[in-house]
Design a protein around this ligand. Sequence first.
Ligand code: DGL
Length: 275
Amino acid sequence: MDNRPIGFFDSGLGGLTCASYLMQALPLERIIYFGDTARTPYGSKALSTIRNFSFEISDFLAGENVKAIVIACNTVSSTCLEDLRKRHPHIPIIGVISPAAHYVAENCTEDDHIGIIGTKVTIQSDAYRTKILSYNPTLNLYETPCPAFVPLIEEGIIQNEIMDLTIRYYLDHFISYNRINTLVLGCTHYPLIRQNITKLYPDLNIVDPSEVVLSGIQKTLEQTDSFAEESTGENIFYASDLSENFMMMINRILQIRGFTVSFKNFDLEGKKNEL
Ligand code: DGL
């Protein structure tokens, strides 16, 4: 039993999709969420920059005495997971790629045409391809980056024709040419446009790693015997730029009825000196 909070982080809003699945499934667990809204998006940045940002945030979460850290970001999970594990050897660190790759390998066959979409960095890393094929080398994988999705989602441009056109720009040809029947949403922001995608391509099977990672988190809590036994405080949502939009989106995504949530700004420059 361990009533300490679980840390989640992402470049912005995307990781809320992972956090919301956990909040629904394990309501006694307390969450400290960090959205790096001042520096989003991560997915087109240099690896060294992404690594430095994630070190900074994981150090902050470690200082908050979290019992585990969920990298609620495919871009960071695909590039910095091992570095983060080395930096915090005493904290279980859970990435989103392995649980999803495992799920795909177990649930798809060689008849499937599996599309993987993500940020430029995630797709260039080949992390999904490498992991999925290590579990099941017979699968057919096709990948494409969709870099404009995250900035639009962060702006709240979701259920409208600008987003639909952007989706069609990236996916129409990709899906028809490769005869994709299964689509992996390899960025934690993308479940927020899942409805648009299913409206445009109703026959696609969608795999959502943000949902699948829940089983990875549960497994870790089980192995370390650290499920919370009682609810001991509020869920805290930090942002490096605490905008109205961030708070509005959190309320919208988490449908927070029943959860106690508080928001805090995290001044990166000021705080840096304390780390
Ligand atoms: N939500 C993140 C991911 O899963 C980050 C996207 C970004 O900042 O570009 O990759």
